[in-house]
Design a binder for this molecule. Sequence first.
Ligand SMILES: NC(=O)c1ccc[n+]([C@@H]2O[C@H](COP(=O)([O-])OP(=O)(O)OC[C@H]3O[C@@H](n4cnc5c(N)ncnc54)[C@H](OP(=O)(O)O)[C@@H]3O)[C@@H](O)[C@H]2O)c1
Length: 301
Amino acid sequence: MRAVGIDVHGGTNVLQVRRVPEPQVGAGEVLVRTVASSLNPVDSKTREWEIGKLPANLGWDLAGVVVASSDERFRPGERVIAMSAQIATGRGTWADLVSLPGDLLATAPAQVGFEDAATLPLAGLTALQALQLAKVGAGDRVLVVGAVGGVGGLAVQLARHLGAAQVDGLVSRASHVDAARELGAEEVTVDPATLSEGAYQVVLHTAGPHVTHVLAAGGRYVSIADVPLPDVPGASKSYVEQSGEQLAELASLVDDGVLRTRVAASFPVEQAREAHERFEAGGLLGKVVLNFSPPTSERGE
Ligand SMILES: NC(=O)c1ccc[n+]([C@@H]2O[C@H](COP(=O)([O-])OP(=O)(O)OC[C@H]3O[C@@H](n4cnc5c(N)ncnc54)[C@H](OP(=O)(O)O)[C@@H]3O)[C@@H](O)[C@H]2O)c1
């Protein structure tokens, strides 16, 4: 089967689409034929930085079809999604077949295709868990820093769903303001200096410099970014954890029309390098997807 992996750390040129043995299905595991995955910053960092063991197959997001299962909750033919913490487990999802513990899987949302479903796992779990850590609830005014990013775009929508009174956004460029509003952000700016001092019960920081002057007394500042926390009371970091249960919640929210997924670009797996280059160029309004559908000539084999 095909898998996208690295033998050394480096630029996009170290990515290889290679033939590797198919995985064994362990007890309690589910074997999934991958249809789509999406790129996340961790994939670029793992490729480029000294992270994880080598050689490695990359990829955290998975959307595909069950082909074999030793977990009675999932049957062959079922459409599923999952997040695999690739650095910790070594099980990258950028492969034609992926075997994962059943606890990491959820039924894929029915209302969207595989590419959209593949944008949900890592970014969705991160957004949900960070907002839960921040205890977002009724009456809170929430600022999402990086409001149209992979995580931020879902966080804006989830914060509203969790009952926030108002969700505002900070974005990197003026051309992103309307997109943040379409996701449900009310006040959107590119300039942190224009944000009201002490106005927010919750700040979710996903990118860029910290924005602490806006935090209300007693407010919660949660960051997911790879930068040290600011020295303010109530600041904490959130690290994403695998959870099939929470993925099922997110999938239901997609089917209920609460959460909108966004695909900015899609590349066949053979173009993994081009996909990384597009992702790292930034300025995206949606996620970059890797598509594992077999080439037309191989279909039906
Ligand atoms: N702790 C965890 O468990 C965890 C989980 C997931 C992600 N992360 C980390 O969280 C970060 C965000 O992840 P992501 O998937 O959302 O990345 P992403 O899709 O690249 O989104 C980041 C967004 O922030 C914007 N941005 C950059 N600088 C900004 C600034 N100064 N002000 C406002 N917006 C700014 C970017 O805009 P441009 O594209 O225009 O630059 C982009 O829209 C990454 O560093 C990632 O590694 C951590």
